[in-house]
Design a protein around this ligand. Structure first.
Ligand SMILES: NC(=O)c1ccc[n+]([C@@H]2O[C@H](COP(=O)([O-])OP(=O)(O)OC[C@H]3O[C@@H](n4cnc5c(N)ncnc54)[C@H](OP(=O)(O)O)[C@@H]3O)[C@@H](O)[C@H]2O)c1
Length: 234
């Protein structure tokens, strides 16, 4: 039977590139996003292009009960999860002193609590099997404060903290944990920003780095992947 990767937010951007990379490597994949139509067309595309199966659930990861439904959906497949990529999340620019009220709560829900709860649902089985790899899509904003980073940056610092804690807890249990910290990556998040493509990382490069980290022998773990545009941060 094929290996199984759970990749949240797989219809667009970085998540989509990671989904395509693992699909090309013949993984079956479970993903989620809010837009059902985009999930359906992703399934059609992947299954007609690669030798694999896509399972999906349209959910909002920032809603706890929907994350629980996603975990139950995955358990219902009755298959071990080999790879988990906590990718779903969003960026709203702003500054702590003047961003919209509720910005912190919304970004903590979508960028941190989603990953925390999905991981708590899936990692116990990895730990019991002494096998698995958990990636969390952090950011350069996880290590560097910058104007207009606001609550996004706070949520991404927290997600990096989460990944470090997980690494410490799981290192003796055969489960690898990797934090991915991309700089500006050309996805819909940057729509409207008038900069040449070469100022951005390609989502496919992030996906390749994730797959390469996964491909190491179980004796080694890449704890952090920090990727920047060759020309530096925007
Ligand atoms: N692009 C960058 O420069 C950059 C840099 C560093 C880190 N990151 C991080 O990388 C991750 C992906 O970013 P991206 O730029 O690829 O974003 P994107 O192009 O907007 O894609 C986000 C994906 O996640 C899904 N998603 C978003 N919110 C969701 C929610 N609440 N529940 C379920 N699914 C959700 C989206 O589908 P729906 O809209 O249908 O829900 C979509 O499939 C994020 O965590 C982001 O913070 C991005």
């Amino acid at each position: 039977m094929s290996k199984l990767a759970v990749i949240t937010g797989g219809t667009k951007g970085i998540g989509r590139a990671i989904v395509e990379k693992f699909a090309a490597e013949r993984f079956d994949i479970v993903t989620c996003a809010r837009n059902r139509n985009e999930l359906e067309s992703l399934k059609k595309y992947l299954e007609s292009t690669f030798t694999m199966e896509l399972f999906f659930l349209p959910i909002d990861m920032s809603v706890r009960t929907q994350v629980t439904a996603f975990i139950e959906f995955i358990h219902g497949l009755g298959r071990p999860v080999d790879v988990l990529v906590n990718n779903a999340g969003f960026f709203a620019p702003g500054q702590v002193l003047d961003e919209k009220s509720g910005a912190l709560e919304a970004m903590m829900d979508a960028n941190l609590y989603s990953a925390y709860h999905v991981t708590r649902g899936l990692a116990p089985d990895m730990k019991a099997r002494k096998s698995g790899h958990i990636f969390s899509m952090c950011s350069v904003a996880s290590i560097m404060a910058y104007p207009n980073g606001g609550s996004y940056s706070i949520s991404k610092f927290a997600l990096l903290g989460f990944s470090k804690v997980l690494r410490a807890e799981l290192k003796d249990h055969g489960v690898r944990v990797t934090a991915v910290l991309p700089g500006a990556t050309r996805t819909a998040s940057w729509d409207g920003v008038e900069l040449p493509d070469d100022r951005f990382i390609r989502p496919e490069d992030v996906a390749d780095a994730v797959f390469d980290a996964y491909s190491l022998s179980p004796r080694s773990v890449v704890e952090e992947i920090l990727i920047r545009p060759q020309l530096g941060d925007i």
